[in-house]
Design a protein around this ligand. Sequence first.
Ligand code: SF4
Length: 353
Amino acid sequence: MTGNLLDLAPKAAAAAIAALVEGQGWPRYRATQILRRLWVAPIARWDDATELPGAIRRLLGAEYPLARLAVARREVSSDGTVKTLWRLDDGEAIESVWIPSGQRRTLCISSQAGCALGCRFCATGRMGFRRDLTAAEIALQVRELVLDDPARKPTNVVFMGMGEPLLNWPSVDVALSILNDPDGFGIGARHITVSTVGILPGMAALRARPEQFRLAISLHAADDVTRLELMPIEKKYHLAEVLAAAKTFGRRVTFEYVMIAGKNDGDRDADRLARLARPLGAHLNLLPLHPGGAPGLSPSSPSRIRAFAERLRAAGIEAVVRRSRGLDINAACGQLYVESEAKRRPARATPAG
Ligand code: SF4
């Protein structure tokens, strides 16, 4: 048997390794040593697992090579944010953003190369869809950081990079296990957030998982007309249905809301938003639109954002204004890709979404 052990949830990988160890007649404890090297104490290549005899390392190297992501470009912001553009084996590229803040190290990861959904304010949306990532490609965004420096291991992971994670549920499902399982990265489920525009079947699948993974909904508008203007997905999954599904989630939900001048940042929008958030006990993340990230749209002014947040708080809604991190390095989702790849080849039209 050959294969990519990094593409399996830790329990499935443990079973595959146990079968291999038994089949080869190796001592049983070798299975634990091998499993540890996938995620808990990762290595770049099997040769580096010096606790294993050379014959085992050679067989693993030949039959179960450890996949890697290549760094295509890396930018470090003056505020400590690190943005990486990864090159995949087939030449596609994805991004992740590492955001340190006190004791917290948040990694924003991608779940697809490109995105089918074409939200107007999003650089990834303008690339079009290229393909789904495998579970390994999602989890390798964390693994590569840990290989580089174990102190970089994130405390929090958010699926807010390229792509819509709930349109790639089979891979995201496995990647969530890799992130959370003690034989994976062991990151607590409450520290792992899946952000969606509101893909209803995917929301049901996430809700069916027993772990307390967090859900964030990219709302960006408090009424369906504005939402349709900003997010074409509104045609398929309506705001009211998405909110109804969020209500059945049974866990606290966060709304993500990009503040766009004259589009969704008025007092009336704040009042509507408060009415939507209250029955869900939803927490609001207000994000300034990344300047230059969206043609034809401009960020709300800082004073407008403050007033908007105040109005929400006065209505009893917990609202946090997120700092726009990495302003000097194009850290908004998809921007580094668009800048460095768009000229390389045009994105193809997408069948998904
Ligand atoms: S905001 Fe998310 S769902 Fe919308 S186009 Fe960008 S990556 Fe896709």
